[in-house]
Each structure stands twice: as structure tokens, then as C-alpha cells.
Write a protein that binds this ligand. Structure first.
Ligand code: ADP
Ligand code: F6P
Length: 325
């Protein structure tokens, strides 16, 4: 591919925030500056781009940020960006500010925006930023490792009180339409049941029967990890308590899963991905998304990445069930 000269790189975070986004921003800023390229930070995602909330970023602006959760650039969801007029306006604003390369940190929706901008002549690179792990082209997303560890620690705490009271606990974790957080917590916390939107065999009668069977076998509690894509935890708790006679409580972990200082893994992977985004732009690449597969950092065409599918690994799910004996 012919080299395009990149003089200014823009960076924005979009969609739900995720721990490690700051490490990615920092890596974009410092890698670009190190190569003599100017960096502009765009606040509040695509909404901020359309509102021209654009600031210059220096190496010092990203000091003391690698350990912080959230995103120093703020994030937003933006309906206008889904429209053709919004996309054209966004591309024109990039051009007005001399942004010839744009790094978009977010999920599939954010990549769709980056794809539209690439088609309008702005060189774009997407970095996978979401606690949900629901991006098909990559085995790793920025923020998942921190979120799953945060959820795991919270579930350990619920388990203590659940054991003391010999209760059933239904703990709802985030993940939107995906069950990865639920699956990982289910294994890491030794849950008796994992409910995920991807599994269609969810059967409450079978759960009730299993709870009764587990009590006979001397289990002191019964932990159900429920993905938010299944939801209904509070009503489910009432129904299960009524059917089993076992006291049942629902805990919805909520947004605490999205906050907190990123783990080492999220800091390191996000840093590498941020640097890689700049390198790809400098090589003249556009409409690419960075991922991590089979032990390597890789990049894909955004069109191809958005067309990929990803499911819950059956073997892991089977193991989770076997270990709940
Ligand atoms: P995520 O990036 O985590 O998947 P969303 O689906 O909420 O989160 O998308 C984030 C933002 O990306 C949206 O608010 C919107 O501004 C933009 N976006 C989503 N889908 C599209 C699309 N099809 N075309 C253009 N922009 C989009
Ligand atoms: O995509 C990240 C995520 O936290 C999902 O797990 C959840 O469904 C959603 O965002 C919640 O979004 P909001 O913060 O807008 O309520």
C-alpha cells in the first residue's frame, strides 16, 4: 500500500467506558509524539467530535493516567453519528482540524462509525475497548480482565454471606447480549449454575430440582451467575425461593464492574494496542481493527471484523457444569 503522510492523529473513546482505555490513549499519544506526529484528543466520543470538543494532547497530559479506570477523554453514545449527515459532518470536522488518522477505542458500534469515516476519506483504526469481550475478531478486549476480576472478588464476598445463611444467591453480571463475563465468573467463583443469553436451554424447573438435590448432598449454598442478557434476577429469586423453600437473594453487580484501576494485563495489552494503532496509521493503513488471537497482536479489515461471529466456547461451558458437582 502506498504510504500516506500522517501529520495529526485524533483519538477518542466511544460507547461504554472500560478500564485500560487510558493506557491505550496514553500509548497513542506518546507513540505518535515520539514519531513527530501531533495528537488531538476528542472528548465524549463521536458526540464530542460533532460538537468539535477537540483538544491538543501532550505527553504530560497523559501522565499519571495508566493506573486510572474510566477514560480521561470521557465517552458517549451518539445517535447523530448513525446518520449519513452525521458521518459526513464528522469527516468534515476531522478534515477541518487536520486529523488525517483517527484511533477509535470502543466496541463494534464504535467500529461501525470508524468504518463510515474511513469510507469518507479519514484513515481510521479501531481498538477493542469493552468489558463485554463481545468483539468477534479478538480473544481479548480492553477492560474485560479488570471487570471480570472485579466481579469475581465481589462474588466471593456474596458467597461468604450466602454460605453463612445457607442461601441460594443469584448474582447478575454485565455483558449486554454476551455471556463471557458470566461464564468466566461462573468458573472462577465455582458457581452451581451459569445462565447466559447464548444458551437456550435455561430451565427453571431443572434449577429448582438441582437445588433440592444439592441440599441433599450437603451443599451449604447455591450460586447462580446470571448474565444481564438473561436478566430478571429479582423475580427469579422470588420464584426459586418459593419453589425450593431455600432463602434466595438476588445481587445485581451493575456499574461497579466497569470501574477501578486496570489490571496489569489490561494496562499492558492496551498499551501495545495503542502503539500498534499508530504504527498501522504510519504504514498507511486505514479501516483496520486491532485484535489479539492465538498469542499474537493482529489487525483486520473493519468490514471483515464486523462480519465475524463469536460464540461461547462449548468446552469451557461443559467444564463449568462438571466442576459444579
Ligand atoms: P460499542 O462501541 O461499545 O458497541 P455502541 O453500540 O453504543 O457501543 O456504539 C457506540 C457509538 O458508535 C454509538 O453511540 C454511535 O455513535 C456509533 N455507532 C454505532 N453504530 C453505528 C453505525 N452503524 N454507524 C455509525 N456509527 C455507529
Ligand atoms: O458494553 C458495556 C456495558 O457495561 C454492558 O455490559 C452493559 O449492558 C452496558 O454497557 C450498560 O450501559 P450503560 O452504562 O449505558 O447503562
Amino acid at each position: 500500500m502506498a504510504e500516506k503522510i500522517i501529520r495529526t492523529i485524533g483519538v477518542l473513546t466511544s460507547g461504554g467506558d472500560a478500564p485500560g482505555m487510558n493506557a491505550a490513549i496514553r500509548a497513542v499519544v506518546r507513540t505518535a509524539l515520539g514519531k513527530g506526529v501531533k495528537v488531538r484528543g476528542i472528548r465524549r466520543g463521536y458526540q464530542g467530535l460533532l460538537n468539535e470538543e477537540i483538544i491538543d494532547l501532550t505527553a504530560r497530559d497523559v501522565s499519571d493516567t495508566i493506573q486510572r479506570g474510566g477514560t480521561i477523554l470521557q465517552t458517549a453514545r451518539c445517535e447523530e453519528m448513525r446518520t449519513e449527515e452525521g458521518q459526513q459532518k464528522a469527516a468534515a470536522i476531522c478534515k477541518k482540524y487536520g486529523i488525517d488518522g483517527l484511533v477509535v477505542i470502543g466496541g463494534d458500534g464504535s467500529f461501525a462509525g470508524a468504518q463510515k469515516l474511513a469510507n469518507l476519506g479519514i484513515n481510521t483504526i479501531g481498538l477493542p475497548g469493552t468489558i463485554d469481550l463481545d468483539i468477534a475478531c479478538t480473544e481479548y478486549t480492553i477492560g474485560f480482565d479488570t471487570a471480570v476480576n472485579t466481579a469475581m472478588e465481589a462474588i466471593d464476598k456474596v458467597r461468604d454471606t450466602s454460605t453463612s445463611h445457607e442461601r441460594c444467591s443469584i448474582i447478575e453480571v454485565m455483558g449486554r447480549d454476551a455471556g463471557y463475563l458470566a461464564l468466566w465468573c461462573g468458573i472462577a467463583n465455582g458457581a452451581e449454575r451459569i445462565l447466559m443469553p447464548e444458551e437456550h436451554d435455561y430451565n427453571e424447573d431443572a434449577i429448582v430440582a438441582d437445588i433440592q438435590e444439592c441440599r441433599k448432598r450437603g451443599k451449604k449454598n447455591y450460586i447462580i451467575i446470571n448474565a444481564e442478557g438473561v436478566g430478571d434476577s429479582i423475580n427469579m429469586a422470588k420464584r426459586i425461593e418459593e419453589a425450593t423453600g431455600m432463602e434466595t437473594r438476588a445481587t445485581i453487580l451493575g456499574h461497579m464492574q466497569r470501574g477501578g484501576s486496570p489490571t496489569c494485563k489490561d494496562r499492558v495489552y492496551a498499551s501495545v494496542m495503542g502503539a500498534m494503532a499508530v504504527d498501522l496509521l504510519m504504514e498507511g493503513k486505514s479501516n483496520r481493527v486491532v485484535g489479539y488471537r492465538e498469542g499474537r497482536y493482529v489487525d483486520f479489515d473493519i468490514d471483515e471484523a464486523l462480519g465475524m461471529n463469536k460464540g461461547i466456547p462449548d468446552y469451557q461451558y461443559e467444564i463449568a457444569k462438571e466442576l459444579a458437582l
